[in-house]
Design a protein around this ligand. Structure first.
Ligand SMILES: NC(=O)c1ccc[n+]([C@@H]2O[C@H](COP(=O)([O-])OP(=O)(O)OC[C@H]3O[C@@H](n4cnc5c(N)ncnc54)[C@H](O)[C@@H]3O)[C@@H](O)[C@H]2O)c1
Length: 409
């Protein structure tokens, strides 16, 4: 049965339905739209997350989201459900399911298409369908063919999300929004949707917009790799990269975007660089080089430790397991890669994180600092700035310069 046959029974009582709306991108978007007056529905297959969101609890940390979620539930402008029939209730449907690469770093270009195909009967003629997941180039055209095959006449648009986790509730209202679609009417419809969040709308052709998102994340990943390679160069010569970087960027705008050293990790940057690599038949030499540098940093740090202490006899304390500071998200965190290496090469590794709740092997910070011979800061949570009150004399490997004592390792 097609959605057209279901149509007469369905009333569009929601302005927007977010598919994948309990995720790191979907939930902030759903809540942001509700805060600007839209009636929003969430459809998500994660029943536990739907239950939490419906109770007003966040499934993950995100600054400023809790208050607006509570407000939306109170005003009844947001509902969450595991029922795919929710899709039919929306005038607009935003699809923002996860698009991870597999264990061999291959993208799966069918993820978004599958998420739609499985419930295609719930889509209706006349809906605006916005793809917001970061996709392998060509996915939007693929979804176009899927709807055509099932005889569902939707307006299809690809509008990438470019927020950084932790800053969603600011950036959704301030970042420019790229919108795309096959016709000016579709682009205008998408612009109206995002115009409730931001005034700055940038139009692109569909395939341009798909690449724009991948270029955005790959560019950031390349910059981190450049910084990390400079870090290794300086460190190998007994020089502190951060001191050099501060001199380079001082009153020198052309180098102002040189990042500090650090673990470049998380669910997006490497993944999207690898999507671009696959798209170019693995000829994205810069992307693969960036991967080697960024993913190689934990191993480099362990080797440096081995050069100056008897690591096999040492207890290492690893502070911060999330993929970045102030986050509880451990997806593709390099702290876990570091832990795996240390479990093999050190006597013992003790891990801690104030925010991560999904790892029952974590210990309190006080215990880790008391027992460790050497400490490594894996994620630069602000709370570790006070580390010296707990560990005045222990060596700390701090490539982030969180303690202000330099970045040498
Ligand atoms: N995390 C970020 O900071 C960020 C930023 C920009 C873009 N993106 C992109 O946004 C997309 C989503 O990323 P995320 O971090 O929010 O992922 P996520 O895993 O946190 O969220 C995805 C959500 O989709 C749900 N889901 C999965 N399959 C579904 C289906 N078939 N039907 C309904 N719901 C389904 C999951 O249960 C989950 O709640 C990815 O393409 C990612 O690359 C992420």
């Amino acid at each position: 049965m097609t959605s057209q046959q279901l149509d007469p029974e369905v009333e569009a009582d929601l302005d927007v339905v977010v598919v994948g709306g309990c995720g790191h991108v979907g939930l902030p978007l759903a809540v942001a739209l509700a805060s600007r007056g839209s009636r929003v529905g969430i459809f998500d297959i994660d029943a536990a997350a739907v239950a939490r969101v419906s109770r007003g609890e966040l499934p993950f940390r995100e600054d400023g989201l809790q208050e607006l979620l509570a407000e939306a539930l109170e005003k009844e402008t947001l509902v969450a459900s595991t029922d795919p029939a929710t899709i039919s209730r929306g005038d607009v449907v935003v699809v923002v399911v996860g698009t991870p690469v597999d264990e061999h770093l291959n993208p799966d270009p069918q993820q978004v298409t599958r998420a739609i195909r499985g419930v295609v009967d719930h889509y209706r003629d006349g809906q605006l369908v916005v793809l917001r997941s970061t996709v392998y180039p060509g996915v939007t055209a693929n979804v176009e063919r899927l709807f055509a095959k099932h005889g569902v006449a939707v307006d299809l648009s690809f509008c990438p999300e470019r927020i950084a986790e932790g800053r969603a509730m600011t950036e959704l209202f301030t970042l420019p929004q790229i919108v795309s679609g096959r016709t000016p009417e579709v682009r205008a419809r998408a612009a109206r949707l995002f115009g409730t969040l931001t005034d700055d709308i940038v139009e692109l052709e569909t395939e341009e917009a798909e690449l724009a998102k991948l270029f955005t994340n790959s560019w950031r990943y390349l910059k981190f790799a450049a910084a990390n390679q400079f870090y290794v160069m300086a460190n190998d010569h007994g020089l502190d990269f951060e001191r050099i970087r501060q001199a380079v960027i001082h009153e020198y705008p052309r180098a102002a975007d040189l990042p500090g050293a650090g673990f470049a990790a998380g669910p997006c940057l490497l993944k999207d660089t690898m999507q671009l690599a696959a798209f170019t038949d693995n000829s994205f030499v810069l992307g693969h080089s960036a991967m080697l540098i960024n993913e190689g940093l934990p191993l480099y740090l362990v080797t440096r430790l081995e050069q100056r202490l008897d690591l096999a006899e040492a207890t290492v304390g690893l502070l911060g397991m999330a993929f970045k500071g102030e986050s509880d998200d451990i997806r593709s965190s390099l702290s876990y890669k570091l832990r795996r290496i240390l479990e093999f090469r050190a006597a013992e590794v003790l891990c801690t994180d104030p925010y991560v709740t999904t790892d029952d092997r974590l210990l309190p910070l006080e215990e880790v600092t008391a027992r460790a011979d050497v400490l490594v800061i894996g994620a630069p949570h602000a709370t570790y700035r006070d580390l010296r009150t707990l560990a005045p004399d222990t060596e700390v490997v701090d490539i982030w310069n969180l303690l202000g004592e330099g970045t040498m390792a």
